[in-house]
Design a protein around this ligand. Structure first.
Ligand code: 2AM
Ligand code: CA
Length: 264
């Protein structure tokens, strides 16, 4: 029998410890490299933090699988067993340029079902945490069930990329939605944006390009507060693939599909 309470306790303590290490490393000079393009950044701290988690997990749970953004974990083709999906630093551009608005994001799954979600905003010492069936918390405060907020009163999390010329969506699809809502925000960390939606600080999030480590933990938080998430085609997410995402309270999610996104 998998002891999920023990996994939860250790995961939380490792996330806090990793946060302390990141804070310490930030005081020193970091090495910045680019990955797929000049804006796709990684630092030595991203890699060291991922390695920290892999070593901790492997030392206690050698049969667990790990999918990490920096690729030092396993090459996974299925979500069978216990799988940790880890982004050691989500919002690396913020981490480098702003030294804030980044998070450690970890989703832990059992045979494809989200069990534990952890999003740790290191600079603000805010830990968003969900345990399947027991609700979601920000530090020690329980997050309430999501309210059904009409679009006119919603804050939409969206990056300006998706309402200007881009390769993934015609800007005319989402720009009327931007005009309709009360306001828009963009924080540059998908994990934090999903956590903010789960916490009711924003109501809906639309993005065209996320990897599993960006959204895994956030979706587990949303499950616990009654949030809805799909791809922009209205399909369920496969936690091993890159996806577009529409996530938010069920009413806003439905209204976006009924009024703005072409669907069957
Ligand atoms: P990262 O900082 O971990 O790379 C910012 O736009 C958000 O999108 C961040 O959560 C960032 O995660 C993620 N992101 C940036 N480029 C991406 C890409 N090419 N594919 C998937 N996610 C990306
Ligand atoms: Ca990252």
């Amino acid at each position: 029998m998998t002891n999920w309470k023990e996994i939860d306790r250790l995961a939380k303590s490792w996330v806090k410890e990793a946060g302390q290490r990141i804070k310490q490393s930030m005081k020193e000079k970091m090495t910045i490299e680019t990955k797929s393009n000049p804006n796709d950044l990684v630092t030595n701290i991203d890699k060291e933090t991922e390695r920290f988690f892999i070593e901790k997990i492997q030392s206690v749970f050698p049969d667990h699988h790990i999918l990490g953004e920096e690729g030092q974990g396993d090459k996974l083709t299925s979500l069978d067993g216990v799988v940790w999906i880890i982004d050691p630093i989500d919002g690396t551009m913020n981490f480098i340029h702003q030294k804030r608005n980044f998070a450690i994001s970890i989703g832990i799954f059992e045979n494809g079902k989200g069990k534990i979600g952890l999003i740790y905003d290191v600079t603000h010492d805010e830990l968003y945490h969900a345990f399947q069936g027991e609700g979601a918390y920000m530090n020690n405060t329980k997050l309430g069930k999501m309210k059904e907020v009409p679009l006119e009163e919603s804050i939409l999390a969206i990056n300006a990329t998706w309402i200007t010329e881009n390769r993934r969506i015609d800007p005319s699809v989402l720009s009327p939605l931007v005009r309709r809502v009360r306001g828009t925000r963009s924080y540059g960390s998908a994990a934090l944006e999903l956590a903010y939606v789960a916490a009711g600080r924003m109501d809906v999030y639309v993005t065209m390009r996320l990897a599993p480590w960006d959204y895994a933990a956030g979706c587990i938080l949303l499950d616990e507060v009654g949030g809805t998430y799909t791809t922009i085609d209205g399909k369920p997410l496969n936690f091993l693939e890159n996806h577009s995402i529409v996530a938010g309270n069920p009413a806003a999610h439905r209204a976006i599909f009924d009024e703005y996104l072409p669907h069957e």
